[in-house]
Write a protein that binds this ligand. Structure first.
Ligand code: 3H9
Length: 708
């Protein structure tokens, strides 16, 4: 028997324990070990039935994702034999009971469904999250799940990939019984009860199908929802097709179709990109120079300075994670406004069914409003979210330094300013760090963690750990204007404005990027965020602009005539009372006039060129960010753009996307742009180097940021 699977006896019941930490993935050796254990069960005259259980923190979290590369190439023993193993379990003459704690995901749930019964602790979760990796269940999940849970639930689980708590799974028939208390003991006693009964096979269940008419409606709705909510992704549609096949074909034929679709998805660019993102999200937690064993500071309480949109949102983030938080404003009116906003946000979450009223009441109790910094004295971490201006930030940090206890972390939510200069206003620069939340802070997953020259590794480790607790993905970045995200995004937006000035319509620019997969077009994003924000910053930094370098003009001119975006009812678009964006002929006319005054020739611009100009602007600046060590790996940039800027995950992020296009091709195109549009398009030296050597961004290892 393999070391990964253990066979023991408990009276007349065999206990088959899967022990492949950390998540009991079905790595090579595990399916083989389970197969041997099932064989032994059936030849062991001393036992009547078996329990399959996971060692450690979970049942089985799925196939081993690291093996997918080998599977694409036709190998990976363990996972390719999984469907066979599941049939062997189902055909076992002695009942097999699956005992679930932690989670049963993907191949883990498929394994569980091949058993004759399933029991679970109430805290467990089950799901078929494969679509999030760009694939579909590949070991009969799309065929067994509808037979247990019905067509509608199965199609939702397989196409959306969402997890179902065991307390619901029992209602849907996925789990037979909830076990409170010790799972092993509960599973053994359940197994005693069923040991002498005929073992029900999931694949042979009847009565689960709806009528053809009912099914057609379910699948049509699922397809419509997938096209809208998972726009551009192919796996959800393949998953729906596979579940639909369960309603029309025999179990064996359905499994064959599922296999074919699974292999097609596995070979796709989308699955490669999404798997890159899966590992990338975990990779970003590994920071050069901050070893895993670095001691993090315990965070029991927090404080937020500034109750504006960002400050209020950040306070909600702490409260949602169960961390008490003090929220300070300068005067009562501003504090009241901030609290009213928080209440309004929570009320929205309750009405959308995201939170219960009780949950919200508990969270609100954790937010303590104050007008006095004195209340910050006990906080383990303070996040400053006051107006974006260096002098004010320095003054606030000076005050925080005086009032906060030694060892408290002082974090700034600045999105552009120099963290070293802010840290210099304190006597504890090693405790100063940037925590750049994205708006709305309580919704967006990204947290840029800005490492100053003197920020200690303990502080970085603490904020990284905290970000996970807050439900965020923390990505450590170096200190420069705009850090990684806003610095690169600036180049992307700049190109979108240039394109409009050169003759593309506002709608055409946004549509091309929306069709590429971005959550919103750049000009619509500008209207949402407020065009005046960038305008004010550009005015402040105008003295730094180099003469002779083209600057976008149309966005600033719109601000000069009061078109700040959605908040003024007009920006690049006009907005109706429902905030619907309506293309505005007045803008088209104004831009033509400004372009002609500036001598910018007008021409037809294709959707492909729009995408190349905007996305390659990101890539070129991304290469510089890497060169300077502001991001320590290309995947960090990808994770930032996917989680903070609406870049489609199924394209893997801007740097991964460039790798898939081919860096030589990207580099050549950028050279053409440089020739047409001048110095701003000079290719980054790193891009040139990689293109000439036929290498990829993904091949660059992590390095300790030079600029950090
Ligand atoms: C599938 O099953 C296909 C089938 O239909 C059959 C086909 C034939 N494989 O996330 P964490 C690693 S597709 C390999 O930090 P958590 C992870 O990289 C699969 N490795 O912990 C990390 O490594 P490291 C369907 C995996 O507690 C470590 O484990 N299943 C796998 O926050 C700890 O992970 C899924 O999609 C894996 N399957 O969250 C589930 N899973 O420490 C994917 C994890 O070196 N997994 N690792 O960075 C998850 O969603 C989360 O990992 C889980 C735990 C919720 C399980």
């Amino acid at each position: 028997m393999s070391d990964l699977v253990e066979y023991t006896r408990e009276g007349s019941i065999a206990v088959i324990t899967i022990n492949n930490p950390p998540v009991n993935a079905l790595s090579p050796g595990v399916p083989e070990g389970i197969a041997q254990a099932i064989e032994r069960l059936n030849s062991d005259s001393a036992v009547q039935a078996a329990v399959v259980i996971g060692a450690g923190r979970t049942f089985v979290s799925g196939a081993d994702i690291k093996e997918f590369g080998k599977m694409r190439a036709g190998g990976a023993q363990g996972t390719t034999s999984l469907p066979d193993l599941l049939n062997r379990i189902e055909n076992s003459a002695k009942p097999v009971v699956m005992a679930i704690h932690g989670n049963a995901l993907g191949g883990g749930l498929e394994l569980a469904m091949a058993g004759h019964y399933r029991v679970a602790v109430p805290e467990a979760k089950v799901g078929q999250p494969e679509v999030k990796l760009g694939i579909i269940p590949g070991a009969h999940g799309t065929q067994r799940l509808p037979r247990l849970a019905g067509v509608a639930k199965a199609v939702a689980m397989c196409s959306e990939g969402s997890l179902v708590p065991a307390t619901d799974a029992v209602k849907f028939g996925i789990v037979d019984r909830l076990i409170t208390g010790d799972l092993r003991a509960g599973a053994l006693s359940f197994t005693q009860e069923v040991a002498n009964q005929r073992s029900p096979k999931t694949s042979e269940r009847t009565g689960w199908q709806g009528t053809p008419g009912e099914n057609a409606a379910v699948f049509a709705a699922a397809r419509e929802s997938a096209r809208k909510k998972q726009r551009g992704m192919t796996a959800p549609l393949a998953a729906i097709e596979a579940v639909e096949a369960a309603t029309k074909l025999s179990f064996e034929e359905g499994c064959r179709l599922e296999r074919k679709l699974f292999m097609e998805c596995l070979a796709s660019q989308q699955s490669k990109a999404l798997i890159h993102v899966f590992f990338g999200e975990r990779e970003v937690a590994k920071v050069p120079g901050v070893p895993r064993e670095t001691q993090a500071v315990a965070i029991h309480s927090a404080a937020v300075a500034g109750a504006g949109t960002m400050g209020g949102g950040i306070a909600m983030v702490f409260a949602n994670a169960g961390i008490p938080v003090v929220l300070k404003e300068a005067d009562q009116a501003a504090l009241d406004r901030g609290l009213a906003n928080i209440r309004k946000n929570y009320a929205g979450s309750v009405s959308r069914g995201r939170f219960t009223q009780e949950f919200v009441d508990e969270r609100l109790k954790l937010i303590r409003p104050t007008l006095d910094y004195g209340a910050f004295a006990d906080a383990d971490i303070v996040v400053e979210a006051v107006f974006e201006g260096m002098e004010l930030k320095k003054q606030v940090f000076g005050e925080l330094d005086r009032l906060c206890k030694p060892g408290a972390i002082l974090a700034s939510n600045t999105s552009t300013l120099n963290i070293n200069e802010i840290a210099a206003a304190t006597s504890r620069p090693e405790f100063v760090v940037g925590t750049h939340f994205f708006s709305p802070a309580n919704v967006m997953r990204l947290l840029e963690i800005v490492r100053g020259k003197r920020t200690s590794k303990e502080v970085i480790a603490t904020v990284l750990q905290l970000s996970k607790r807050l439900g965020k993905i923390g990505v450590v970045v170096g200190n420069c204007r705009g850090f990684v995200g806003n610095r690169m995004f600036h180049h992307y937006v700049r190109e979108s404005v240039f394109l409009v000035e050169e003759g593309a319509s506002v709608r055409a620019v946004d549509q091309a990027l929306f069709d590429f997969g971005m959550a919103m077009g750049p000009l619509a994003v500008g209207d949402l965020a407020g065009l005046d924000v960038g305008w004010r910053i550009r005015k402040e930094y105008r003295h730094l602009e180099r003469p002779g370098i083209r600057q976008p003009i149309a966005g600033d001119r719109l601000c000069e005539i009061g078109r700040f975006g959605q908040k003024t009812g007009a920006g690049w678009y006009r907005y109706d009372e429902k905030r619907q964006a309506i293309p505005d002929p007045e803008v088209a006319e104004l831009v033509r006039r400004w372009a002609s005054e500036a001598g910018i020739p007008q021409r037809e611009i294709s959707a492909d060129e729009i995408v190349e100009r905007c996305i390659y602007a990101l890539v070129n600046e991304g290469a510089r960010v890497l060169e300077e060590g502001i991001a320590s790996r290309a995947v960090n940039i990808d994770i930032i753009f996917i989680n903070g800027y609406g870049f489609p995950a199924w394209r893997g992020g801007p740097m991964w996307y460039a790798d898939t296009v081919g860096l030589k091709k990207v580099y050549e195109r950028i050279r053409q742009f440089a020739w047409q549009h001048g110095e701003i398009w000079q290719p980054a030296p790193l891009l040139k180097e990689l293109a000439e050597q036929g290498k990829l961004f993904a091949e660059l290892g992590a390095k300790l940021g030079a600029a950090v």
